[in-house]
Ligand binder design. Sequence first.
Ligand code: PBG
Length: 336
Amino acid sequence: MTLPLSSFGQFPSTRLRRTRRWDWIREMVQENQLSAKNLIWPIFVIEGQGKTEPIATMPGVERMSIDLAVEAAQQAAQLGIGAVAIFPVTPASKKSNRGDEALNPENLICKATHAIRSSCKDSIGIVCDVALDPYTSHGHDGILVDDYIVNDQTIEILCKQAVLQAQAGASVIAPSDMMDGRIGAIRTALDQAGFDHVILMSYAAKYASAFYGPFRDAVGSAKNLGGASKKTYQMNPANSDEAIREVALDIQEGADIVMVKPGMPYLDIVRRLHDSFSIPIAVYQVSGEYAMIQLAAQASAIHEQACVMESMLAFRRAGADAILTYFAPRVAQWLH
Ligand code: PBG
């Protein structure tokens, strides 16, 4: 049977299912790929030796002492994971109103960074978070004056924190505090201290999200924060145009990579940034997203591996280059 020309491009001559029939053809035309190199693994570090602690709201994730974090980073490097992101669990006794422990060159994050850098050399990237929330008694990311997180005073401390982390061996400085103007200030501080090669990954579009709950349990900032919110500095989840402004400013100020956080509920933001700018994009599959998948899988409601891998590809499809995920070692193993 010959079809009239007018029906070319139409069913039944056009059948998209032809390229879905077998693995080889599905894989040949697959538009997006995932590699372990795209992954950044966030880890929680505690004081002590040979010590791990479970995190109740994040089953399958453990806090670990520095010696075990070093082993974990070595394994991650072997699995081809691009980088680890270190989050310190500061003992309550070392938290203060101004978060002074952030500027202790012997604090947990600096010691862990130094230890991992010494043992792993350049086989894996080390991302250090810049913000004061692991160190403040009120759990906020900056200096609190009369119920408000003051911007410029906070930045002065963040700059010093960033330089200390770079001195300890950080490859990437990742400010997650959402103060205005901090990217430019930190870039200048790093350059002046001789760290012009250190990468700046800005948490550029970071939303005031309820999905950070389990992380705040993990680092112990939930009880410090009490009922307080971070809405005066983190973005309103209702906004999208504002993410463009945040990212445009951070690029001007010298960011090398910009991040969207959380991940799955904000894929539209990842896509908009990818279409609007030519800069590497990271996305953070945050603790609440991890908990949702993990707890649903444990209840046999969903299949863990299939759902995690689908979420990874969704991030790549939306336009993310790097994916921060607590599933990183499992994903890397599944890819092998
Ligand atoms: C803190 C910080 C947070 C996360 C990363 N860095 C929490 C917050 O802003 O309260 C969240 C990560 C996660 O939920 O997995 N500056």
